[in-house]
Design a protein around this ligand. Structure first.
Ligand SMILES: [Mg+2]
Length: 262
């Protein structure tokens, strides 16, 4: 088999969200992140301590993030300052190398892209901690979707663009330069998955047990990818399709080999 193409697969590219898709932030990242955002709202924006948590939740619901909400409301928050405050002090050492995930990603010969609302520094730190920073061809992140923020003269001049906004999705797909019909998009957020579907992507809802309407597939953990979507490797579901030239046992041996060789 050619090592760099996979013509029997319906997918040329896989686009992965990062947080809560490739690792669980519940294991020591999500709680400190909430605390840091609350502290930012109190220390940098002057909100009352007992209002910060509720405000954070409201800003997230309405604007997609506290940063997006604050800027939309006219607070002149520098994105880099915000990210270094809320992400810069996270206990990244709680994220452990994931050799099973690494083997899985290494066995996928198609292009692999990270698409996260987080800033690039956070994305790279997490990928390094997981031991998978060399498994991706491209990182599409906050800075990709918001290149002009630092040049704005008013905080609301350029709205902060994040998944699941269609404008953010368009920028990301343009940057990725992929055919959406041959691209698989994996995300833990139901609204992001819906936005992906609207763009014509194949969609996978990760971290859930029940499929949302716009998800083509659902899996509780990304390490179930080979079991749920063997087509990625050009392996057909058992439907007697003679045009698919690889079998489940081929896939099992690919995964077994990469695990032995880890
Ligand atoms: Mg996520």
């Amino acid at each position: 088999m050619d090592c760099c193409t996979n013509s029997s697969s319906p997918f040329d590219c896989l686009i992965f969200d990062l947080d809560d898709t490739l690792y669980s932030s519940k294991l020591g990242i999500a709680e400190p992140l909430r605390k840091n955002i609350d502290d930012f709202l109190v220390e940098k924006c002057g909100f009352a301590e007992d209002k910060a948590s509720r405000l954070r939740v409201e800003l997230f619901k309405t604007y997609g993030s506290s940063l997006a909400g604050l800027r939309a409301l006219g607070y002149d928050i520098d994105a880099d300052d915000y990210h270094s405050f809320v992400h810069g002090r996270l206990p990244y050492d709680v994220i452990k190398p994931d050799s099973q995930l690494r083997n899985l990603l290494r066995s996928i010969t198609q292009r692999k892209i990270i698409f996260t609302n987080s800033d690039r520094i956070h994305a790279i730190k997490v990928l390094k901690r997981l031991g998978i920073e060399d498994c991706f061809d491209q990182i599409i992140c906050f800075e990709t979707m918001n290149p002009n923020l630092s040049q704005s003269t008013r905080p609301d001049e350029f709205p902060v663009l994040l998944k699941p906004s269609m404008d953010a999705m368009k920028i990301a797909l343009h940057a990725a330069n992929v055919d959406p019909r041959r691209t698989l998009f994996l995300d833990d957020n139901v609204r992001n998955v819906a936005a992906g579907k609207a763009m014509g992507l194949g969609t996978v809802l990760v971290g859930k047990t029940v499929k949302s309407k716009e998800a083509d597939y659902v899996m509780e953990n990304v390490n179930k990818l080979a079991q749920v979507i063997p087509e990625i490797w050009g392996v057909g579901k058992d439907n007697g399709d003679q045009s698919i030239n690889r079998t489940r046992s081929d896939l099992d041996s690919i995964l077994a080999t990469t695990i032995v060789g880890a």
